[in-house]
Ligand binder design. Structure first.
Ligand SMILES: *Cc1c(COP(=O)(O)O)cnc(C)c1O
Length: 485
């Protein structure tokens, strides 16, 4: 049997490839350069969806056709590069992120270990992160996909440390580990408990106070009760920037309580961590430097292009003991390509890893913490401005205090009082805004009430975008309630 030359996957004609690559780059730049134009979100047309039903062509497809298919996707993302994307907590990305990803793809490194330059980039990134958070130089860290993964790694380290690392072989073996967080914690915390074999019931949910912060008053008693019942309290999880309202839990107080009871203090700072770059927020995060671990994202309020998050662990040895295991084929050596210890694989579950750290490193290097922090501060100001506009509008009612990037409120004409009617009306307003392409807020529930939830973690947003949002909500509200009547 002869195997034809075209079983090599490189192009025959590099000049043609270069032209093709430059075209794609031009389109990518156009996409970013026009980020403020047009609709925020565009639903995917049925005809386009149908194209994704075809089977895999056995003999491949001409490159121009593949590129055309890729380019056809560009208008149909969630819309978070647009200045009026206000839903959930998404970052808005930067054009430079395209470049770092190109370089990383060209190197095609596996950053799980071995002796090559990617590990040095990641080590420098770790130095910068430790510095930003006031962590000791011995602390360890790992670039991961996002806060969900960072939380799993942090909680696995805490779990194993609590069980003296016997759990790595024996599992939790009947240990009744329990931990505490507030009702405003992100669902990824409970999911981590589920995945780690602790079960989400082991995560005690303490009701938050009326401003949606961790209500610490009941915590001492809850911990004592569990202990008296023979359970083993091991962790306390605070949130810096809750997903519903953006509240920052009283971190110093939580750190005190954790210290008093010998608990691992973990902070979910997915987007709130970006406040460390801004004088406007840094003070509110005081106490984060006392955490045993912090999980946060670069892809949210720091605007690194998806995906990139980080887990920072105070005690390097504990994180390594929770993850390191080197079979024969992964032994490190004093010299050669297998030199250098520890490797990223010693700090997390992934062996093969992309060079995700490069785009983070390049982003921090180019823009610097001061400029990224200024964008964070501007967003905070914009959210306060929005809150002011809401407080001034007779038909709008604010449902939570504003602390960081989030404002929750609802449309409430004075003559509509039934809660179910208000819930339906506000849900309809949000869908109307999303479908009209004008803006994309999302919703949540606060004290049972459906809230329009506006999150501004967007370096492209201008104050006029806030005005446009408010007038669109008032217009949609009046229109939709008239239809309903
Ligand atoms: C977004 C978010 C998470 C989850 O982070 P991912 O990067 O999406 O995995 C966890 N906690 C909070 C507070 C968040 O906002």
């Amino acid at each position: 049997m002869t195997i034809s030359d075209d079983s090599f996957l490189d192009p025959d004609d590099w000049d043609a490839f270069r032209k093709r690559a430059h075209d794609m780059l031009d389109h990518a730049i156009d996409k970013m350069a026009s980020a403020r134009d047009g609709r925020v979100w565009t639903p995917v047309a049925e005809a386009l969806k149908a194209q994704f039903k075809a089977p895999l062509p056995d003999d491949g497809t001409p490159a121009e056709q593949v590129d055309e298919a890729i380019l056809a996707l560009l208008p149909y993302g969630p819309g978070n590069t647009h200045p009026r994307f206000f839903g959930w907590v998404h970052g808005s990305g930067t054009p430079s992120g395209i470049l770092a990803d190109m370089a990383a793809a060209a190197m095609n490194v596996n950053a799980g270990g071995r002796d090559h330059i990617a590990l040095h980039v990641e080590r420098q990134l770790a130095d910068w992160i430790r510095g930003l958070f006031g962590f000791p130089p011995e602390a360890s860290g790992l670039t991961v996909s996002g806060t969900s993964m960072a939380t799993i790694i942090a909680m696995k380290t805490a779990r194993d440390a609590a069980l003296d690392f016997r759990s790595r072989e024996a599992g939790i073996d009947g240990a009744q580990l329990v931990a505490y967080t507030s009702s405003q914690a992100h669902s990824c915390v409970a999911r981590a408990f589920d995945m780690l074999g602790l079960g989400s019931d082991a995560l005690r949910i303490i009701p938050s106070d009326e401003t949606f912060h961790f209500a610490t008053a009941a915590l001492d008693d809850a911990i004592e009760e569990d202990r008296a019942a023979g359970r083993q309290p091991f962790a306390l999880i605070g949130t810096a920037g809750t997903v519903n309202t953006g509240a920052i839990d009283p971190l110093n107080e939580l750190a005190d309580i954790a210290a008093r009871h010998g608990l691992w203090f973990h902070v979910d700072a997915a987007f709130g961590a970006s406040g460390m770059l801004s004088d406007a927020l840094r003070g509110k995060l005081r106490g984060i430097e006392r955490a045993q671990s912090v999980a946060f994202d670069f892809h949210k309020w720091m605007h690194v292009n998806y995906d990139a998050g980080y887990v920072l662990v105070r005690d390097e040895a504990l994180q390594r003991r929770a993850f390191s295991n080197r079979p024969d084929y992964l032994q490190h050596n004093e010299k050669g390509l297998a030199a250098g210890f520890p490797w990223p694989v010693d700090y997390g579950p992934e062996l093969s890893r992309s060079f995700r750290a490069l785009k983070v490193w390049a982003h921090l290097m180019e823009h610097g913490p001061a400029r990224i922090g200024a964008a964070v501060a501007r967003n905070c100001e914009q959210v306060r401005y929005l809150a002011g506009r809401i407080d001034d509008a007779a038909e709008l009612e604010r449902l939570a205090p504003v602390e960081t990037s989030i404002c929750c409120f609802r449309y409430r004409p004075h003559d509509v009082v039934a809660e179910e009617v208000l819930d339906r009306l506000n849900q309809a307003i949000v869908v109307d805004l999303q479908e009209s392409g004008v803006a994309a807020p999302s919703t949540t529930r606060l004290n049972g009430k459906l809230a329009i939830r506006v999150n501004i973690t967007n370096h492209r947003t201008r104050f006029e975008d806030i005005d446009c949002l408010v007038s669109s909500i008032l217009e949609a509200g009046a229109r939709i309630r008239n239809i309903a009547e």
